[in-house]
Design a protein around this ligand. Structure first.
Ligand SMILES: [Ca+2]
Ligand SMILES: [Ca+2]
Length: 491
């Protein structure tokens, strides 16, 4: 049944087949003569020389789920600029983080190693002890002649790398002016808060980050390939953005996510403990804050979208436009009351699905999508292949190159997401299989149940599906990392 007060026309459509809405402007803005010598050489499998290697604009976004125009997760999301950016290349509509939390997701993406290989499972498991001895994406590009620049949130924190020689220049974080608010929503729950600011967009740290990134695209020397990492912090909590963004989403018009009251009834207790219905959800509902929270998230995503538009305009006006690979990724999804759950920290579609797209001049086609199941252990090997670099031996995820060349290419891999030791979700084109550390399970068929309301794990006729997906899970997993003296010293 629909929850009373929930507008049934608010059709959340986490449609893995993709519902990509891209305007014609996206195509008009794409330069036609993008086929640079460097990328052509890479696409043909030749080894480009250092000076010919493509530039990389590597855009990380914190806590953005599928509430975008191109993924259709919420009908009121306004993201014309993000849609324009991803519409320049290939959108992965069935993309998932390797772990549904900032620290482990980013550590896995940047190292190419999964939580069960590193012990970096949660935000509480220090990354630095592992990463200081691991060749990460930025270290690998730095070692291969790239000028590597970074700012904002790439890793969970700068100290996550355990060392400070990993970038040509690390700019760090910018600061927001005039955001010293607290408890605007009355929940008195740290940064789990939302409401308008009385400052300007240009006072926000992500605005300053965008200005910095555009400067680098224009000012960095042209005779050295550039790896430019830009880490946006919004829409991470708190959802404080200037009033104008809240005005774009009038409270009386807000549509809540479509949920079903009994959703947790068929979920094992290990899953219910992740949902924590008595926690955030009970507090939000009791305080009458659900609509305001949705408004705050949509407003914050809209602020981010404006910054992405400025960055894309800056790229397209820069001398690097025709030779720049753009990688766009969000670190995990986000629940806003689905399954009575808030935030990430769970193994359902809302928490693991990400917005992910790659544009490669001369290789990808504008406005294309693929529903092949992919996760972020593929980013590292794909970037190596695109730039003509060797893939470090510890990086074992499948390269996305076949899909970049042909979005309909055969793809036999699954996507895997891990949340804490022993808890995993496996996604193929049709199913999500969840297995918790205690052996309990969930199984969802996305063809008939895109909102994952009906747990099919006990159906005997689907035993073969469960076994096939479970085969991809590890038989041994390393323990979670612990803080070390050396790691602590790197902070
Ligand atoms: Ca995050
Ligand atoms: Ca259910």
């Amino acid at each position: 049944m629909q929850v009373p007060g929930t507008n049934a026309s608010c059709c959340r459509t986490p449609n893995r087949a993709g519902r990509v809405r891209i305007t014609l402007t996206a195509f008009i803005l794409v330069p036609l003569a993008l086929l640079s010598a460097a990328v052509e050489a890479t696409a043909l499998g030749n080894e480009p020389q250092s000076s010919q290697r493509p530039d990389v604009l590597f855009i990380a976004v914190d806590d953005l789920n599928d509430w975008t125009g191109h993924l259709g997760g919420h009908p009121q999301a306004k993201t014309p600029n993000i849609d324009r950016l991803v519409g320049r290349g290939l959108v992965f509509t069935n993309s998932h983080c390797a772990a549904p939390a900032c620290n482990p997701s980013r550590a896995a993406l940047m190292s190419g190693r999964r939580p069960w290989q590193t012990g970096i499972y949660t935000n509480s498991d220090p990354a630095e002890g592992v990463l200081r001895g691991t060749t990460t994406i930025n270290r690998h590009f730095l070692a291969n002649g790239y000028r590597t620049l970074g700012a904002g949130k790439i890793y969970h924190g700068y100290a996550s790398e355990g060392r400070k020689d990993t970038w040509s220049l690390w700019q760090g974080h910018f600061q927001t002016d005039g955001a010293d608010k607290k408890n605007l929503n009355g929940l008195n729950s740290a940064h789990f808060d939302w409401g308008p600011l009385d400052n300007q967009a240009s006072d926000m740290r992500d605005y300053k980050l965008t200005d910095w990134a555009i400067e680098q695209l224009n000012d960095q020397p042209q005779d050295q390939p550039l790896f430019l990492a830009v880490g946006y912090v919004k829409p991470h909590l708190p959802w404080y953005v200037p009033q104008e963004y809240f005005d774009r989403f009038p409270l009386e018009s807000i549509q809540l996510p479509v949920v079903t009251q009994s959703d947790l009834d068929d979920i094992p207790s290990a899953g219910v403990r992740m949902a924590k219905p008595e926690g955030d959800h009970a507090a939000v509902v009791a305080a009458g804050q659900w609509e305001k929270a949705v408004q705050g998230y949509l407003a914050t995503v809209s602020f981010l979208d404006d910054q992405v538009g400025r960055l894309l305009d800056g790229l397209e006006a820069s001398p690097r436009a025709g030779n720049t690979i753009v990688v766009w990724w969000t670190d995990h999804g986000w629940h806003l009351g689905e399954k009575q759950h808030w935030r990430k920290f769970a193994l359902w579609e809302d928490a693991t699905r990400t917005s992910f797209a790659i544009t490669v001049p001369g290789l990808t086609q504008p406005g294309t999508t693929t529903a092949a199941p992919v996760d972020y252990t593929s980013v590292f090997p794909t970037l190596c292949e695109l730039a003509g670099l060797d893939v470090p031996p510890h990086v074992q995820g499948p390269s996305l190159m076949p899909l970049l060349k042909d979005p309909n290419a055969s793809w036999e891999h699954v996507a895997i997401c891990t949340h804490g030791k022993g808890n995993h979700a496996v996604m193929d084109r049709d199913y999500r299989y969840i297995r918790y550390a205690d052996g309990t399970e969930e199984l969802y068929d996305h063809r008939s149940d895109p909102r994952e309301w009906h747990n099919l794990a006990s159906k005997p006729e689907l035993e073969e599906v469960k076994l096939r997906l479970a085969e991809t899970l590890p038989t041994t997993e390393v323990p979670a990392t612990k803080p070390t003296k050396a790691a602590a010293g790197a902070r």
